[in-house]
Write a protein that binds this ligand. Structure first.
Ligand SMILES: *Cc1c(COP(=O)(O)O)cnc(C)c1O
Length: 357
């Protein structure tokens, strides 16, 4: 039996995509072999990689001023790759809004002067701090932000205006809402939340930023290495690239990111409305900073939280346990979570509240 999987990542993939992959798994388009068995340099896979990139550009509105790179190493490897490529004068500004942005800033500090321009740590990362243009250093190389904070359930409703290129970790919300790529110097994301199975990391980087790197940047981490080789300097993560292509076709079929955004806002709205009207469940994130992808919530006690997670799993609503840094529950409702899954969760929460209040 398929369950509703609220995992923060790796997470659900659309049913239509899983079925398509299953149907063509043993013999991909008459090649007589699986997509997982063929050379990445052959004609068949080359067409998949090209189609995946073309769909990415179309669905996200990425212009020719940017490279779209298919890499490995996860979003975490980019915490080093970014300063090694971009920190050419040795200075970068970071905003710390959670665990991952903290890790990114810590790695960057190995390579140069990192200024934490703003942080919401003192309030357990329950909001996105307000910053203005003047808060950033005009002579830094870039500003780094994490647009959606997977663990704490916050996100930037609007992106800051910065004097230097804006670099953004979009791992847990890429393709979930319309963004103007032209406002960014670099966008990166691990695929396993909203794009594909684990193993693929997408980097969208403005071409002029990728031309050179710092002298100590390893060949494998240089954006120019993979840009010059069309992401095939070495063996790329072939299967996740193929799955990403199917997911992008699915998004396009639904009417693009604009339409997915409407569905995501509707799903998140249902859940937040229910929590806000409940006297049993609470969400402590400031309303203007709420994520539409990750929704943390708690009952009045840690004991009933644990019971909730257990009983929900028995009812086919799995992976609702919150991150250890936050406790309680977290419902990750990425693109692939159907409206029905959120409705089932709310019905379960209502029932649980009646029994336990
Ligand atoms: C999951 C996540 C990461 C870590 O990604 P890996 O691919 O596991 O390295 C980094 N940043 C954000 C915002 C995430 O959600």
């Amino acid at each position: 039996m398929r369950v509703y999987n609220f995992s923060a990542g790796p997470s659900m993939l659309p049913m239509d995509v899983l079925k398509k992959a299953q149907a063509e798994f043993l013999d991909y388009e008459g090649s007589g072999m699986s997509i997982t068995e063929m050379s990445h340099r052959g004609k068949v896979f080359d067409a998949v990689a090209k189609k995946c990139e073309a769909l990415f550009r179309e669905v996200m509105g990425i212009s020719d001023d940017y490279h779209v790179l298919f890499l490995q190493g996860g979003a975490s490897q980019q915490f080093d790759a970014i300063p090694l490529n971009l920190m050419k004068t040795g200075k970068a500004d970071y905003i710390v809004t959670g665990n991952f942005s903290g890790k990114a800033a810590k790695e960057a500090a190995r390579y140069g002067d990192v200024k934490i321009v703003a942080s919401s740590k003192e309030d357990n990362f329950t909001y996105i701090p307000k910053v203005s243009y003047e808060d950033f250093r005009a002579d830094a190389d870039y500003v780094h932000i994490t647009s959606n904070n997977t663990i704490f359930g916050t996100r930037y409703a609007e992106f800051p205006k910065t004097p230097t290129p804006l670099v953004c970790d979009m791992s847990s919300e890429i393709l979930s809402r319309v963004v103007d790529v032209n406002k960014f110097g670099l966008i990166y994301a691990g695929a396993q939340k909203n794009i594909a199975p684990a193993g693929l990391t997408i980097v969208i980087v403005r071409k002029d930023l990728a031309e050179t790197s710092t002298p100590n940047c390893p060949t494998m981490l240089k954006y120019s290495t993979q840009a010059n080789a069309e992401s095939m300097y070495n063996t790329p993560p072939c299967f996740p690239i193929y799955m990403a292509m199917l997911v992008l076709e699915w998004i396009k079929g639904l009417g693009g990111v604009k339409e997915i955004q409407k569905i995501n806002e509707y799903k998140a709205g249902l859940l937040y409305d229910f929590i806000d009207n409940s006297s049993y469940f609470t969400n402590s994130v400031h309303k203007d900073s709420r994520s539409i992808m990750n929704v943390p919530f708690v009952t009045p006690s840690a004991e009933s939280d644990a019971e909730f997670v257990k009983e929900a799993a028995n009812a086919g609503l799995v992976s609702l346990k919150g991150h250890r840094l936050v406790g309680g529950m977290r419902a990750s409702i990425y693109n692939a979570m159907p409206v029905e899954g959120v409705e089932k969760l709310i019905a379960f929460m209502k029932d649980f509240e009646m029994k336990h209040k």
